[in-house]
Ligand binder design. Sequence first.
Ligand code: DON
Length: 304
Amino acid sequence: MHNPVIDILNDVYEQCRPDTAGAVADYIPELSRVDPDSFGICLATTDGFVYEIGNVGTEFTIQSISKPFTYGLALADRGVAAVAARIDVEPSGEPFNEISLDPDTERPRNPMINAGAIAAAGLVVGDSAEHRFERVRQCYSRYAGRQLAVDEAVYSSEAVTGHRNRAIGHMLRSFGVVDDADAAVDLYFRQCSLIVTGRDLAAMAVTLANNGRHPLTGELALAPELVERVLSVMTTCGMYDAAGAWVTSVGLPAKSGVGGGVLAVLPGQLGIAVHSPRLDEHGNSVRGVQACGELSRRLELHFL
Ligand code: DON
């Protein structure tokens, strides 16, 4: 049967495909090995439909798109008040890797920049590093509806080059925001190295849209009252120092990663994922931002 959503997906894909602006991330050396031309769009609805075009089965690492999911796990593990005592919810207007702490509160400004994400990783409960990582992996797998695995090459590549994140971790330790800097940073590197596809990210997005429950497996990944908080910080902080432009043009809670993924959520309705590895100066996928803007306009998704 003819479906207008598929037509729009095709149009947006063809419209964005010629744009080769931006550059693949190479500051984590292993990330530069991806195919820069890979491009896929996947849209999943809370009533269980999935629409897709392009390379939606291509594997890449989740990178910063992990941040809202670990933040959600930290909220579930520790409670909202305990997490808020260590991580604020204010947009920073700074690049994702800024070595920053709010001088007044002595907390990271939000959980979407690296400082806040490393602090959130430090709050995940577990008996050992392996147990904490396994809990993170299982948590993301519930959102995706399948078991996710680590890209060991990307993990090692970031572990040997991630001095800036280590500096952030030790700054957080010195202010008492994390208890064990090396453990928090290592967990953060591992979570960033989990492998996903466009289809996985669309499932993760639609699970957030569906109040924390995967529409097809029926599994609860996050309590509904915590979903609201996660989507709120995604709205104000998910696209870093481009958050204002994003909210204005796309109008959806979202998160990007330097692996080239972008995920956006229309609460109650649908999740969108785009994968295209060339990034803009903010570390956001060029075609990802463009495709989400076009989809939002054509499907009238701007919810604000
Ligand atoms: O910490 C880093 O630099 C990477 N593991 C993740 C950064 C990232 O994805 C930023 N987002 N666009």
